[in-house]
Design a protein around this ligand. Structure first.
Ligand SMILES: Nc1ncnc2c1ncn2[C@@H]1O[C@H](COP(=O)(O)OP(=O)(O)O)[C@@H](O)[C@H]1O
Ligand SMILES: [Mg+2]
Length: 365
């Protein structure tokens, strides 16, 4: 069997890690990557090792694990993998879907709120994390008044359960709220508290939808890359489409394995939507070598604004409006379309166990 080898530069491309981080993980998690016997010069990596690096990156950067916690997690995976009857899957995590955009005011919150309703209608347990720290208005469109928000969680030590508000159909809402420092400015322990609480939220629901806010900011990008899948939403507006491309480009540079799908909003009809989708997708294919998932479109529909005025989600206030039907179609696509589902996450644990076992066996651990 030919084992493919990758240079450090290729590893950087595949994992989205910086070279210094690769080196750091390499040293810190040596026993799981086991370079010692397999590769004396450490300058080549195989696919198993890359899988492990990606998993370590997820645990540290997305879940806020400390080094010893990562080691414990990797060890327990290895142990479970050794027992034939043990379940191959980890504790169940929600499917985390972030909705983002380049330009503001293109329909993120409308989509998040109604997607949540559509999923809850299908008896899924759904939570929304309103991470638009500038213009947090999920609760307004949902018609709820949360007493607490993220700042109580991060800065005042409140428990997740106390900060969560419950909206229609039992949808859980974690409100971003104002007055929160940029994530980049959070102290290390605050950032870890946040990641831990999000991790906890992920374990209590099946779907976690994140409304990220618009544009290229540290917060938006971090919250988007926290997700398994990212929906970029745009209108046909030329500036909005160009900004959508820019954000896709940056997201892919941060996370080369990201699953990104596009929704076109406020379009006239399907042909119009395909036109907008093709324009953006052709550009990403040409310049970024990446094909976007086509998640569908939402027509321009006066009932959207009417529902917002009523503070009742469109799917509940005007369920038969054309925009409501569009969002139901998008929901079906998200539930069924394998193209959009992050295959890496679904299979990563099984792959990873094999990978860890193979390298440890190779190292004689
Ligand atoms: N399909 C649509 N048809 C008509 N108006 C829409 C549509 N989608 C969004 N809007 C309106 O556009 C504005 C911005 O929508 P919103 O969901 O708040 O965007 P964002 O969260 O991206 O800022 C709102 O007034 C909303 O009612
Ligand atoms: Mg919004």
């Amino acid at each position: 069997m030919v084992v493919r080898r990758f240079s450090v530069k290729q590893v950087v491309e595949k994992t989205g890690l910086e070279e210094s981080e690769v080196r750091f993980y390499e040293t810190t998690f040596r026993e799981f990557l086991s370079f010692t016997r397999l590769e004396p010069d450490h300058n080549e990596f195989n696919e198993d090792q890359i899988d492990i690096l990606i998993r370590i990156k997820d645990l540290i950067q997305k879940r806020g694990f400390a080094v010893d916690e990562v080691k414990r997690e990797l060890k327990s995976l290895l142990k479970k993998g050794g027992e034939k009857s043990a379940p191959a899957r980890p504790e169940s995590y929600a499917r985390v879907i972030a909705v983002t955009s380049g330009k503001g005011g293109v329909g993120k919150t409308t989509l998040v709120v109604n997607l949540a309703v559509a999923l809850a209608r299908k008896r899924k347990k759904v939570a929304i994390f309103d991470a638009d720290l500038g213009l947090a208005n999920v609760h307004i469109l949902m018609g709820v008044k949360p007493q607490f928000n993220l700042s109580h969680l991060i800065q005042d030590g409140f428990a997740l359960e106390d900060v969560i508000a419950t909206g229609p159909l039992g949808i859980q809402i974690l409100s971003g709220g104002q007055g929160i420092r940029e994530l980049a400015n959070l102290r290390e322990e605050e950032r870890r508290t946040l990641l831990r609480q999000l991790d906890k939220l992920e374990r209590t629901v099946e779907y976690l939808l994140v409304d990220t806010g618009a544009g290229i900011s540290e917060n938006v990008l971090r919250f988007a890359s926290f997700a398994d899948e990212i929906i970029v939403i745009t209108t046909p507006n030329v500036v909005a489409a160009a900004d959508a491309y820019s954000i896709i480009k940056i997201l892919l540079s941060m996370e080369p394995n990201a699953k990104i799908g596009l929704v076109t909003n406020e379009v006239g009809n399907m042909y119009h939507s395909k036109n907008v989708f093709n324009r953006i997708n052709t550009t990403t294919e040409k310049y970024l070598d990446y094909s976007l998932g086509d998640l569908g479109y939402i027509e321009s529909d006066e009932y959207v604004r009417a529902a917002n005025q009523l503070r009742k989600p469109l799917l509940l206030s005007f369920p038969d409006s054309s925009a409501a039907l569009s969002i139901k179609r998008i929901t079906e696509t998200i539930l069924n379309d394998k193209v959009f589902i992050n295959m890496r996450k679904e299979s990563s644990f099984q792959d990873l166990m094999g990978a860890v076992r193979r390298t440890m066996a190779g190292a004689g651990v």
